[in-house]
Design a protein. Structure first.
Length: 221
């Protein structure tokens, strides 16, 4: 009787794979962390350059306290999203799917509610429409400013999510969008609801979708 064929890769293939692994040692944790911080610093510099090119902080007739409160909301949201979405946590598999989906759904709603909630006490005129400013300029600036953040986050998390790379990528995208939104809010004085939806909330959705694509493409091992 002929013995059954041995399953699995050929011995010579195994040896070649092991040799390749030995010749390309994995970087140390410190080196990975250092590379991540350098990548993030470059993305911040590029985003700030885009923001400065667009005109930087624009005060108009907004009270300084209103600018501070709205900015605090965006900065806290960006920090929370980065802590949950960019940092992997203690598990080697990253955050749970439920927590990531909750973050994706909740962030746009919370930020919109925050913007309206902190603006209303300053009077209904602060939420009046601005003729000629429907929100497309904010939409373009938000997407342009979010792009370097998203690239940096994907590089930092590259090939690190075997479980839900698409969802993880969407979280990276929305984190990049919120980080960009914290700058755009300093540039834009408008709190008119349709403007907010088009120029400040829609970019979060768009960048999350781009991040989901990038996650499936680059985060899966």
């Amino acid at each position: 009787m002929t013995p059954p064929a041995e399953s699995g890769p050929a011995p010579d293939l195994k040896q070649r794979v092991l040799a390749a692994v030995r010749t390309e040692p994995a970087p140390t944790r410190a080196a990975v962390r250092r590379r991540g911080w350098v990548t993030f610093a470059v993305s911040v510099a590029v985003a700030l350059a885009i923001f400065a090119w667009a005109g930087g902080v624009q005060i108009y007739d907004r009270p300084a306290s209103l600018i501070v409160w709205t900015s605090v909301g965006w900065i806290v949201a960006a920090s929370a999203a980065a802590a949950l979405g960019v940092a992997r946590g203690r598990s080697a598999l990253g955050r749970s799917t439920a927590s990531l989906v909750t973050l994706i759904v909740a962030l746009p709603v919370v930020l919109l509610a925050w913007k309206i909630g902190v603006t209303l006490p300053f009077g209904p005129e602060m939420m009046a429409p601005w003729p000629g400013r429907p929100g497309f300029r904010c939409l373009r600036l938000s997407l342009a400013t979010a792009a370097p953040f998203l690239v940096a986050f994907v590089v930092m998390r590259r090939r690190s999510d075997p479980v839900h790379p698409g969802i993880a990528g969407a979280v990276l995208g929305i984190t990049a969008g919120v980080a960009a939104g914290s700058l755009v809010d300093l540039w834009c004085p408008i709190a008119y609801l349709p403007h907010l939806l088009l120029g400040h909330i829609l970019p979060l959705v768009v960048v999350a979708l781009v991040g989901a694509w990038a996650g499936r493409r680059f985060l899966s091992p």
